[in-house]
Each structure stands twice: as C-alpha cells, then as structure tokens.
Design a protein around this ligand. Structure first.
Ligand code: PLP
Length: 443
C-alpha cells in the first residue's frame, strides 16, 4: 500500500507499509507472503502472540451473547468478572478497576480521578502534577502533559497543562561513579522532595511515573529503594502515587505488576496493552479502596467517561488473556525466556562497540546504542539510527520497537524488545541473530 493508493491517514505519510494479512503465534504474515517475528509484541502489546484459540473462542462466545451495552444503563457479567479477576491479583488495597479503551485513556482517567479525589475530600487547591523528564504516558493532552518526551511534546506545548518534571531514574547515564545505586536513588528522591517543597506539598495532586520506563528509554529499571523512597515522600505530603504500568505491566517484566518487584503499592495504577494482549483495545485504572470509598460517600459520581467503557468483547478478551497466562504459567515462562533473551543479547551484543547498555526485566529488554562506548556519546539524532534499524530489521523479517535519542542530546538511540511470553528458544535465537545483523547493517 503506497501513500498514493490509501485513504487511511497513516501515522507516517512518507513510507510504504506492508499489509498484514494473518498472525499466528509470534509470526505476522504480509500480503506478499513475507513473515515477520513479532519481537516487540507490536508496542509491547501481544503477550500471547497472535491468533490464540482460547482468546478467540472467548470473544466469539461474548459476541454471541452481547457485544456492547452502554455503561450508563448496564453492567455486564464479563466486566464484573474481569474486575474481580484483576482485583484478586492486584497490589494490596486495590479494590476497583475502571475500564477504558487503552493506555492514554487510562492515564487521563487516573489524572482526573486523582484531582476529583482531592476535590471530594475538601482539598481543591491541589492542582499540580509532578512527573519525570524521561517518560511517556500517552498522546492525549493530559497524558502528553505529564509525559516528558520533548520530541512528542514540542509542537503541542501551548496546549499542555503546567507539569513539573524531575529527573528520571537512568542509572546508565546519571549515576555518578562515587555513588552506589541506592545513593543515586536517594539523590533522585531528594530532588523530588525539593520540587515538592517549591510547589508546596499541599498543592500537589500526584507524582506520576512508569515503574519501568518503556517507549522513551527502552526498559529503564528503577534502582533499589528509589520507588520506595518516592512512596514515603508522597505519603508524607498526602500526595498520590500514580504508577503507569501500561507498557511494563500485566506480566511483561516477569511479575504481573512491575511494582511488585519494588515492594511498592501505588494509589492508582494504569494498565492496558498486555491486559487485552492486542485482541481488543482495553485499558484500566486500578484504584485503592479509600479513593473509591471517597467517591462513593461523596458525590457518588466520577465525572468522566467514554462511550466504550467496559466494552463486553474487550472484557471477554482480557479475561481470557489473563486466564491463559495463569493456566499456562506464562509469568514463569516470561521470566525464564527473559533470562534467555538477556543472555543471548549479552553474548552477541555485550562487547559490540556501539552497544552502550543492555537492560530490562523479564521479556522487556532495551538496548542503548552509542557512537562511543567509553564516553557514552550518542549518535547524531539526524542520522535517525533507530529508524534505520527498524527498516533493516523488517527486511530481515523482524519487528522491533526502536526510538531515537531525545533528551537534551544525552540519550542514545535504543531498541526495545518485548516478544510474546510464548516465544520459543529457536525464536530467541532468530530474534537476536536478526537484530545483530540489522544493527550492523544500519550503522
Ligand atoms: N503509558 C505508557 C507507559 C505507554 O507506554 C503508553 C504507550 O506506549 C501509553 C501510556 C499510551 O497508551 P496508548 O498508546 O494505548 O494510548
């Protein structure tokens, strides 16, 4: 499909996309019969791969019963069942799931839920969010405002609410040689504390962060104790902690929620992507009981909503995805294959002169590319190395999720890998082999 022969307003208007005609397991096939290993799960979405029979059967069964019932008139059995399932496996104290259609909607809903919570409890002066520079929380205006990616924000900046951005937790680049990882984490907490003091703690609604940073930085993991320090600080000021697990959550890092590995429980948590595994568009905000109780005892209405909240077929797909993950012990598979992927990357790319950092958890792995390993100098952004790697990978039948270096010229291009939890050893061999070839061809 060339740009001249389509009426779809594609996101890229200067490229010609292959036409995906079928997907089975980790493989997508295009209309020319070419096959691609989906090593990124699209954008860390397809946790079960494509065409999973159990998910398709659950969706068919739901369509036969009822596909859609507006949430101002009805609830559905399947939405109730999915919420029960999510809450049964949620971090301590979470009591309700608010369903939406994707990640950005989940973040928007969480921001508004947090604001309304403070209005309900008589603290309407709280009107400010704090987030981090190296982050992506979605493309709608509220989500974009809390996001810190300059490239995504720049032309829309006049439309965005005022958000304070503090440093990300980016150990590879920002930990000083004289600091331990823990000391570095505490320095970041101190920076956040100073930002809160400048704003006045009583004016801040929430601190928003991805537990493991995905799209803007390629699987940046927090250093030990950092998020715990953030949690304590938020508690001291009555500030809510919103963890955005749209990309890193729902098993991707080897535990259902990435925050489990930090021993931190958020007040609100956003999930999407792996929740429905790509079978249907669905996201959710998981909320602490005291927040939901406040709404219930107060106005009785969360003043927000979309037409497709809790769509029955989307809920059926998500419920089936979660059931398959548990039945087939796929969190263990994610941890095991994640180690296998990390080892292969280390063996094949660990000494590569332009690989600065290999990082991540589970089947969520990032590779940061640099011009100079010793100085960590990134490639010139004008080279668009990440885009070249993506092209070279596609010609080798491999889907990866690359992103350019965008933070004050201080970040290298990176590639994110997030294959389905069902990925085999042979698939992992092929992924790393083709990726290494694609990187060399792109350089
Ligand atoms: N939050 C995070 C952490 C994400 O990675 C993304 C998408 O990549 C979003 C929110 C936005 O999700 P969506 O693209 O489904 O709107």
């Amino acid at each position: 499909m060339t740009p001249q022969t389509t009426h779809v307003f594609h996101r890229h208007l200067h490229t010609t996309l292959p036409v995906a005609v079928s997907g089975r397991g980790v493989t997508i096939t295009d209309s020319q019969g070419r096959q691609y290993i989906d090593a990124s799960g699209g954008a860390a979405v397809s946790c079960l791969g494509h065409g999973h029979p159990d998910v398709l059967a659950a969706m068919h069964a739901q369509i036969d019963r009822i596909a859609y019932a507006h949430t101002s008139f009805f609830t559905t059995e399947v939405a109730e069942a999915l919420a029960d399932d999510l809450i049964a496996h949620a971090p301590t104290g979470m009591s309700h799931a608010y369903f939406v259609s994707g990640g950005s909607e989940a973040v928007e809903a969480a921001l508004k839920m947090a604001r309304q919570y403070f209005v309900e409890i008589g603290q309407p002066q709280r009107s400010h969010f704090i987030a981090r520079r190296q982050s992506y929380h979605g493309n709608t205006l509220g989500a974009l405002a809390v996001g810190g990616n300059q490239w995504r924000r720049a032309q829309f900046a006049p439309l965005l609410m005022d958000v304070t951005h503090v440093s990300p937790c980016y150990e590879y680049r920002d930990r000083r040689p004289d600091e331990t990882a823990e000391q570095y984490g505490q320095r970041l907490v101190l920076e956040l504390a100073q930002a809160i003091d400048r704003l006045g703690g009583e004016n801040v609604i929430a601190f928003v962060a991805e537990t493991v940073v995905g799209a803007t930085a390629g699987a940046l993991t927090p250093v030990p104790g950092y998020l715990k320090g953030v949690r304590d600080l938020c508690d001291r000021h009555g500030i809510l902690l919103i963890l955005d697990e749209v990309m890193c959550g729902m098993g991707r890092t080897g535990t259902l929620h990435a925050c489990e590995q930090e021993g931190v429980v958020p007040d609100l948590m956003t999930i999407a992507k792996g929740l429905g595994g790509g079978y249907q568009p669905i996201g959710a905000v998981l909320a602490q009981k005291r927040i939901v109780d406040t709404f219930a005892k107060g106005s009785g209405l969360f003043q927000h909503g979309h037409t497709y909240l809790g769509h029955a077929v989307a809920c059926a797909a998500a419920l089936a995805v979660q059931q398959v993950i548990r039945r087939d012990d796929l969190l263990a598979a994610c941890r095991r294959q994640g180690e296998g992927l990390a080892n292969r990357l280390q063996q094949r790319l660990g000494e590569h002169p332009h690989v600065g950092d290999l990082r991540g958890r589970g089947l969520f792995r990032g590779i940061e590319l640099v011009r100079d390993r010793a100085t960590k100098t990134p490639f010139d952004p004008a080279l668009r190395l990440h885009a070249r790697i993506k092209r070279e990978a596609m010609t080798r039948g491999l889907m990866v999720y690359p992103m350019g270096g965008t933070i004050d010229g201080q970040q290298g291009d990176h590639v994110l890998l997030a294959p389905p939890f069902t990925v085999s050893e042979a698939d992992l061999d092929a992924i790393v082999d083709r990726l290494a070839q694609a990187i060399d061809a792109a350089l």
